[in-house]
Each structure stands twice: as structure tokens, then as C-alpha cells.
Design a protein. Structure first.
Length: 142
């Protein structure tokens, strides 16, 4: 009499397995990385500088998540090709034509990578000069 109940866990396990197998490899590759902006994304919308692009596309990157200290609060820092520039206002001086990518690191990732004082996070800009040996596309440059 208990035999029908033994099939329920087996059916549930089979349904779970089929649901996992139903995802195609394209599902994971088509996801948008919310912590990365590519140079193509920036140039396709004709932003003049990195600040304007981030403000329009990922405005939450520009704000600190909350005070970590009332005496010496940390700010979101900007790095350009491993050189620390300062706060987010420095992004106004970076032309999108020279950007290969912009990546955001949250406070934990930034502290692990660059050390104490990066608790508000980092906006990391890679220029074409330092970016994977590539050169900027010439069709968008004037």
C-alpha cells in the first residue's frame, strides 16, 4: 500500500533534474553584468565623459552606500589603469573615446583588492592604452 508514495520523491527529483537541464548555455551568457560597462556601450550612446555615462546607465555606482565612519567617511574611489585618481568627480575628465571598460567593485571586493580605505567601493576604468592590447575602434573616433 505504500508503494505509490515511494514514486513521489523520485518524480520530484526527476522534475528538478529536467528543469536544470532545460536551461540552455545561452541563458547564462545573455545575462547582463551590472558591474561592467563596455567601451562599445559608452560610445554607442555618445557620452562625452565617463561620469555622464555612469550617471545615465548606472547612477547607483556614484553614491556611497552609507557612512562607515562619521569622522572620516570613505568615498567611492576612481582608478584609471591601476592609478588612483580620487573621487567620482574625476570621471568627468575621462573621455569615453579612450575607455575600453568600466567596472564597479563593491566595498568588500575593493578592500580585498586595494586595502583599507576602499569601503565605499571603486570604479575601475581601463583605457584602450592598457586594455588587453586592443586599440579603439576607428569608425567612432572623430
Amino acid at each position: 500500500m505504500q508503494r505509490p508514495f515511494h514514486r513521489a520523491p523520485l518524480a520530484l527529483a526527476l522534475a528538478s533534474l529536467l528543469a536544470c537541464a532545460a536551461r540552455s548555455p545561452q541563458d547564462s551568457s545573455s545575462r547582463v553584468d551590472r558591474n561592467l560597462l563596455t567601451g562599445e556601450q559608452l560610445r554607442s550612446q555618445h557620452f562625452e565623459n565617463a561620469y555622464d555615462a555612469i550617471e545615465a546607465l548606472r547612477s547607483n555606482w556614484l553614491a556611497s552606500r552609507g557612512p562607515d565612519s562619521f569622522q572620516t567617511p570613505t568615498i567611492v574611489l576612481v582608478y584609471l589603469d591601476n592609478v588612483r585618481l580620487g573621487g567620482v568627480e574625476m570621471l568627468r575628465g575621462i573621455s569615453t573615446q579612450s575607455v575600453a571598460s568600466i567596472q564597479r567593485f563593491d566595498g568588500l571586493e575593493a578592500t580585498a583588492r586595494w586595502g583599507i580605505g576602499h569601503g565605499a567601493g571603486v570604479i575601475y576604468v581601463t583605457s584602450w592604452a592598457a586594455g588587453a592590447g586592443k586599440t579603439p575602434p576607428t569608425d567612432n573616433l572623430h
